[in-house]
Design a protein around this ligand. Structure first.
Ligand code: NDP
Length: 253
């Protein structure tokens, strides 16, 4: 039997990139997956179709996590979708993956840009965890996507890295809080990962980025998704509060 058979999962920001690869992996492992997106409805529908074409189960849920009612909107659609398909609103696995990058020099970032980064990357994961608490059964799983930039300086991304530092704190403290219920909470820190954005078609830039990894290549989305799948599965029951480096050895220097 597939190891996540009978489980339900929400992967935020799974219309593309690392989230998409994660949704597809969890579904292949047997989970019913809620594919969350903000705007890209067609992309989310394509992920659902791919999963279903593969014999898996999934449905799409929309919510802008930068907007004040975003978490509420997401859970309305999530609970409806779960109830229709399983008869309950239990959510076994929450993957906080949705995120936005900065790429603005420290001298230039505005308070509005900072607030948006913080809203999507740090505030939304906190309130998603809080809102998910009654849905998470004992033994549930929370995986938060952080970043290698919490441990590797890049001044262009100082504000973004600060939001991911907050994600690491979310992991640490909720791991302690939820331990008595057997719920694990862990962070995964990707390094540079090809998410299909145009920069990954520039060979010169890719070669430069690849040189940061001990393996001499940039990450693939599935490299990170495989780590998330492990943490979401039964074999990771004794790991909680961890930061798992999924940067292909970038932090080795
Ligand atoms: P992508 O940029 O490929 O995809 C982002 C996802 O987040 C999309 O599904 C998008 O939905 C969703 N999203 C964007 N804005 C919002 C919003 N306001 N509300 C709700 N959802 C939103 O992401 P990556 O795969 O590159 O990154 C995934 C995670 O990994 C992020 O947390 C990122 O910070 C982290 N990470 C990525 C690295 C990389 O090199 N790629 C490196 C280190 C960490 P839609 O399609 O509808 O816009």
């Amino acid at each position: 039997m597939a190891q996540l058979s009978g489980k339900t999962a929400l992967v935020t920001g799974s219309s593309r990139g690392i989230g998409r690869a994660t949704a597809e992996r969890l579904a292949r492992a047997g989970a019913l997956v809620a594919v969350h997106y903000a705007e890209n409805e067609d992309a989310a529908a394509e992920v659902v179709a791919t999963i279903e074409g593969d014999g898996g189960r999934a449905f799409a849920v929309r919510a802008d996590l930068a907007a004040p009612g975003g978490v509420h909107e997401l859970f309305l659609a999530l609970e409806l979708g779960l109830k229709e398909r399983t008869g309950s609103t239990d959510l076994d696995i929450l993957v906080n993956n949705a995120g936005v990058m900065g790429g603005v020099a420290p001298e230039d970032i505005t308070p509005e840009q900072f607030d948006r980064l913080y809203a999507v990357n740090a505030k939304a994961p906190f309130f998603l965890v809080q809102r998910a608490l009654p849905n998470l059964p004992d033994g549930g799983r929370i995986v938060n996507i952080s970043s290698g930039l919490t441990r590797f300086a890049n001044p262009q991304e100082v504000a973004y890295a600060m939001t991911k530092g907050a994600v690491n704190q979310l992991t640490l403290h909720f791991a302690k809080h939820l331990g008595p219920r057997g719920i694990t909470v862990n962070s995964v820190g990707p390094g540079i990962t090809d998410n299909g954005s145009p920069v990954f078609r520039n060979a010169e830039v890719v070669a430069q980025m690849a040189s940061l990894s001990a393996f001499g290549r940039v990450g693939e989305t599935d490299d990170v998704a495989a780590v998330v799948e492990f943490l979401a599965g039964p074999g990771a029951r004794w790991i909680t509060g961890s930061y798992v480096d999924a940067s292909g050895g970038t932090l080795l220097g």
